[in-house]
Design a protein around this ligand. Structure first.
Ligand SMILES: [Zn+2]
Length: 309
């Protein structure tokens, strides 16, 4: 059904693409469209004032149930650089990509900029049904080291698309990569000195790249961004036992979560709960407050410090 709607949207756009119409807000700067928040944040940091960067998926939107509007599709077709994730959540983009004029629009998938990990199911986790074999985990940005790689790839794409401003893009990228590396070092120092090594996510678990980078162990109710939100009795029992046995003081939920699984575990095992922001997207308030990947991850650092000590 979604595909059908998308096909219609593309049909409606055919007359537009023939006359090289520009978006009304076009101000002569390079136009960058980023699909999700991390892509937007890294592109924004490198572009500075030299390019306009638009986030396609609005703040407050659950990225896994996003559908593009005709205006979104038009924005993609008319931009100079498209930055997107490249995983399952971006499946809606396949038809658009296939019909995109690559002589005008450069395309960068964040998943192409980093070494990929397969999604995994660990002990106690609710397994996903009808999963066709292994898939790459798409949450590549959750590791700060990957954020550095993605930012560098965006820098290179911007320099290629807009050589006149290359010096500025390089300087902005260097500055932001410095912030990301400092963040990375702070997480590494915490992981090296913490009393505990295991994080328990009473939720979905989009943080595989993150825990792998810092050598942390994890348990979670669901893998990746599974759609299920009701764990089975076995999963719940496993997590409760784990928290009790290891006297884990806090379990984590991710942003935009209803927190029901955490409520059940906290009540049964007597632990507290904290949020780990996976940076899929920000709320309207966070957007207004100018939150960035770095500011959200700094908050994660403090919550992790509380949970691991
Ligand atoms: Zn996800």
């Amino acid at each position: 059904m979604k595909r059908f709607v998308l096909f219609f949207c593309l049909l409606l756009l055919v007359p537009l693409s023939g006359c090289a119409a520009r978006v009304p807000e076009d101000d002569g700067r390079l136009a960058v469209v980023a699909s999700n928040f991390p892509a937007y944040d890294f592109a924004r940091a490198v572009a500075g004032e030299a390019a306009s960067v638009t986030m396609l998926i609005a703040p407050g939107t659950e990225v896994h149930s996003y559908d593009p509007t005709p205006q979104d599709i038009r924005r993609i077709r008319e931009c100079d650089l498209l930055v997107f994730c490249g995983g399952e959540s971006d499946a809606w983009m396949e038809d658009i990509l296939a019909s995109l004029d690559r002589s005008h629009t450069a395309v960068l998938a964040m998943m192409d900029a980093v070494p990929l990990l397969n999604e995994e199911t660990v002990e106690g986790m609710e397994a996903e049904e009808d999963e066709e074999g292994e898939e790459y985990d798409e949450h590549v940005w959750t590791s700060p080291a990957n954020a550095v790689r993605i930012t560098a790839a965006i820098r290179d794409a911007l320099c290629a698309a807009d050589p006149e401003n290359a010096a500025l893009y390089r300087a902005n990228a260097e500055e932001y990569i410095g912030q990301l590396e400092a963040l990375d070092a702070d997480f590494a120092a915490l992981a090296a000195s913490a009393a505990r090594r295991t994080v328990v996510f009473a939720d979905r678990f989009p943080l595989l790249y993150f825990v792998r980078e810092f050598g942390l162990e994890y348990c979670a109710a669901f893998p990746g961004c599974a759609e299920e939100t009701e764990p089975g009795a076995q999963t719940l029992a496993f997590l409760i036992r784990k928290v009790r046995e290891e006297e884990i003081p806090y379990v984590f939920t991710i942003e935009f979560s209803n927190g029901r699984v955490a409520d059940m575990i906290c009540e049964a095992a007597g632990c507290g709960r904290l949020t780990f922001h996976s940076c899929h997207n920000v709320t309207r308030d966070e957007w207004e407050a100018g939150e960035t990947y770095v500011s959200l991850m700094r908050r994660n650092l403090e919550n992790l410090r509380t949970a691991l000590n």
